[in-house]
Design a protein around this ligand. Sequence first.
Ligand code: SAM
Ligand code: DTB
Ligand code: SF4
Length: 328
Amino acid sequence: MRTDWSRPEIAALFDLPFTALVFRAAEIHRAHHDPNAVQRSTLLSIKTGGCPEDCGYCNQSVSADTGLKATKLMDVRAVLQAAAEAKDNGSSRFCMGAAWRNPKDRDIPALSAMIQGVRQIGMETCMTLGMLTPAQAQALSDAGLDYYNHNIDTSPENYANVISTRSFEERIETLENVREAGINVCCGGIVGMGEMRSDRVGFIHALATLPHHPESVPVNALVPVKGTVLGNMLADTPLAKIDDIEFVRTIAVARITMPESMVRLSAGRESMSDATQALCFLAGANSIFTGDKLLTAGNAGDDADAALFARLGLRSLGAEQRVAEAAE
Ligand code: SAM
Ligand code: DTB
Ligand code: SF4
């Protein structure tokens, strides 16, 4: 896979006429994936709120004034119950998220028990817990963790405008630790934070030039939450909301530059029309978050998704099929 994309090349893809861009992305999608199969992951916030980081988009930061109630780490049994429900609803991967800057070593046994329990019911496991040391990444890998989500969120040059409590380079270090431990990488970001087109170019460029493309690339549309820095800013400037066509362009450029990755149409789906989501699937998105909740924000919900899948003739890609296809 090409990892030597230049920024001008990626900018030129964004600049293509829309139908030319989507056509090219759809061709590449078909060459590497079944275009009618969509993988479904379900999120659970296993530790909500009170996070010391200051990500401008996030209502779980202590610096946000959103009235969100902070909780302790959930107990293993409650997590496994939620995973079983997600499986019953047709989800193949269970993604557990914690509002931490990083996990403490004393949390690792409980996290490992969650990973083992979720795997036992036949689901793939994913966690997103903030920064990891090499030893923590190895411990989670030993417990059987399939994926680790750690987003770069935006271009390197825009990073400090969104988050001041950590650097882009620290993100890359954790991604290296995760890779080194043999865990699949889930890494993407957010569009619609008031960034410029050049930031979306820089964001995709940073992902597509990693030594290995992330196996999973979540593209989130900002869910503006009042009381967060970006939610407040965008509430005052409604036109700053990402344009649907620009969102689809971002998906298409991710698909073209990272042909084998699963590109996930992530947060923000609830406020997208079926037509926009259909364009995303045409442009190469082949994964979504299911259920009526993301971590704390609302999501489309299983009934709406079943109707959408029926309307578009899409089918769900199960964990078993993914494993079988990977072995071919
Ligand atoms: N604390 C961990 C971390 O940041 O690495 C994990 C949880 S964090 C909520 C996971 C990702 O969700 C963020 O990197 C960001 O891309 C996305 N996210 C958070 N709040 C969002 C929002 N309001 N709208 C869209 N995406 C959001
Ligand atoms: C990702 O890129 N998007 C998910 C997942 N990784 C952890 C999270 C979206 C969070 C949306 C806001 C919320 O639910 O609080
Ligand atoms: Fe904390 Fe993650 Fe939210 Fe940032 S995105 S404030 S690290 S929970």
